[in-house]
Design a protein around this ligand. Sequence first.
Ligand SMILES: NC(=O)c1ccc[n+]([C@@H]2O[C@H](COP(=O)([O-])OP(=O)(O)OC[C@H]3O[C@@H](n4cnc5c(N)ncnc54)[C@H](OP(=O)(O)O)[C@@H]3O)[C@@H](O)[C@H]2O)c1
Length: 278
Amino acid sequence: MDRVAVVTGATSGIGKVTARELARQGFRVVLVARSADKAAQTASEIAAAVPGAGMETLLCDMSSQKQIRAAAEELRRRHDRLHVLVNNAGGIWTERAVTEDGLERTFAVDHLGYFLFTNLLLPELRRGAPSRVVNVASEASKLGRIDFDDLQGEKRYNGGLAYAQAKLANILFSSELSRRIAGSGVTSNALHPGAVASGFGLNNTGLLRFGMKLARPFLIDEEKGARTSIYLATSPEVEGVTGEYFAKNRPKKPPRNGRDPGVARRLWDVSARLVGLS
Ligand SMILES: NC(=O)c1ccc[n+]([C@@H]2O[C@H](COP(=O)([O-])OP(=O)(O)OC[C@H]3O[C@@H](n4cnc5c(N)ncnc54)[C@H](OP(=O)(O)O)[C@@H]3O)[C@@H](O)[C@H]2O)c1
């Protein structure tokens, strides 16, 4: 029977390489993407690189809770059990924007997207156990703190800090999830991929885009950037390992603000309210 891996943000950068390598390892890979054209293009690139790859596409804009719910429902129709979920879709935005759900975009896509999609797919992941949730976070989380008084940057918005907060939220979500599903056979780990020359940051204009372009020669390539995601999704070395944060295929101490179970629990409760989960 197929082992099924779901990869969000599979149309670019780290996610695209991760999807390709999971296909190479024999997974049936679900490419989750917000653009039908990019999804089709990615699927044909992977098919060319991995002859016989088992692949399918699933459309979902992760800024929309309605679309996340519809995508989860569609996945449930297609697959009774899932074995890997790589939460990877994300970005940084210098300009504040509000999603159709009335939420600040960075918090919505980079954190609530992971939170809602995973929670909706937990029954399928449990049925697929041993199975793995892999959450692509970032060392940018070191600069973050969960500002419960202004989670959505309504009082003050800074794109870098909003990103750092969301990536810190990935780490807190990942560890809280591991506690909540302990013993289920579903593991949950977070990771830092490294500083990667991907499409990251290039959606912006101005200083950030300029800085990302300038930095490119000093960044690692997407192949290297995807290594820890692939490792956590597939390596027998991390079978059963859960609640950890990794970089370069090794466990790493999460940043100080990412280690407090009380903050993780509170963030979980607030997030559940914001996405309408009980
Ligand atoms: N690059 C780095 O240095 C770095 C460092 C630490 C962590 N990370 C993390 O690594 C992950 C992957 O980033 P990357 O570097 O590979 O960047 P990337 O090349 O820009 O890829 C980002 C992916 O996320 C998708 N995405 C963005 N917003 C979306 C939305 N609203 N709905 C659905 N998909 C959406 C993009 O889709 P489109 O193709 O349609 O735009 C793309 O497939 C992110 O979570 C990022 O925070 C990156």
